[in-house]
Design a protein around this ligand. Structure first.
Ligand code: GSH
Length: 221
C-alpha cells in the first residue's frame, strides 16, 4: 500500500469527515497537524499542496488531493474493500454526490458564514439571518432523514460523515431542538455509536464547540 498522509487539524469539520473515512476503511495513514492559527496553511510549502490554502489535504504516494468530499470519494474508490460507503451504482452514487454537494454548498456555507467573522474579524456576533440560515439547514437535513436511517438511504455512506461533521458543529452554534429535529438528533446519536466515532469526530467536535462557545454570542432566532 502507498504512503498516505492527511494534513489537517481535529477542530476542522471537513478534516473530521476524512478521519472518519480513513478509520472506517481501516487505512493506515500519517496525520500531520497544520496549525491554522499559526498560518501554517499559508506557507509556500503548503500552498504547493493546496493553492486554496485549506485543510484537509491528502497525500497519496507524493500526489495531492484537496477538498474533503473529493478526498473521501477517492479513498473509498481506491482503498475500500467494497463500495458500500460510496456505491458504484450510478444512481446511488448520484444521490451520495448530491448530499456531498449539499454539505459543501449549503451546510458548510452556513457554518462558514457563522464562524468566519469570529476567526478573521474579531467579531463574535452571529446575526439573525445566519441563524435562520442554520435552521434552514436543519429543516433540510430533517427532511432527508424523514423515512431513512442515514442521509442517503438505509446504509451508511461518506455523505453521512460529511453532513454529520458539519451538522454536529452547527449544533454548537444553534442547538438542535428535539421536538423539531428528532430524526436529525437520532441520526447523530446513531453515528456517534460507530466504533471509530470518538477518534474521527467526537474529540475534534468537543474542541471546536468549546472554541465556538467561548467566542460566539448567538442572537435568538
Ligand atoms: N470545501 C473544503 C473546505 C475546506 C476548508 O474551508 N477548510 C478550513 C478549515 S475548516 C480551512 O482550512 N480554512 C483556512 C483557509 O481557508 O484559509 C473541504 O470540504 O475540504
Amino acid at each position: 500500500m502507498s504512503k498516505i498522509v492527511l494534513y489537517g487539524v481535529d477542530i476542522s469539520p471537513p478534516v473530521r469527515a476524512c478521519l472518519l473515512t480513513l478509520k472506517a476503511l481501516d487505512v493506515p495513514f500519517e496525520y500531520k497537524i497544520v496549525n491554522l492559527a499559526k498560518g501554517e496553511h499559508l506557507t509556500e510549502e503548503f500552498l504547493k499542496k493546496n493553492p486554496q490554502h485549506a485543510v484537509p489535504v491528502l497525500e497519496d504516494n507524493g500526489r495531492y488531493i484537496s477538498d474533503s468530499h473529493a478526498i473521501c470519494s477517492y479513498l473509498v474508490d481506491t482503498y475500500g474493500k467494497n463500495d458500500k460507503l460510496y456505491p458504484k451504482d450510478l444512481y446511488q452514487r448520484a444521490i451520495v454526490n448530491q448530499r456531498l454537494y449539499f454539505d459543501a454548498s449549503v451546510l458548510y456555507f452556513a457554518l462558514r458564514k457563522a464562524v468566519l467573522p469570529m476567526w478573521f474579524e474579531n467579531s463574535n456576533f452571529v446575526p439573525k439571518a445566519t441563524i435562520k440560515n442554520i435552521l434552514e439547514c436543519y429543516d433540510l437535513t430533517e427532511t432527508f432523514l424523514k423515512n431513512q436511517q442515514y442521509i442517503t438511504g438505509d446504509s451508511l455512506t461518506i455523505a453521512d460523515f460529511s453532513c454529520l461533521t458539519t451538522v454536529s458543529s452547527l449544533n454548537g452554534i444553534v442547538e438542535l431542538d428535539k421536538k423539531k429535529y428528532p430524526k436529525t438528533l437520532d441520526w447523530i446519536d446513531r453515528l456517534s455509536k460507530l466504533p471509530y466515532y470518538e477518534e474521527g469526530n467526537g474529540k475534534g467536535l468537543r474542541e471546536y464547540v468549546a472554541i465556538l462557545k467561548a467566542g460566539l454570542t448567538v442572537f435568538e432566532a
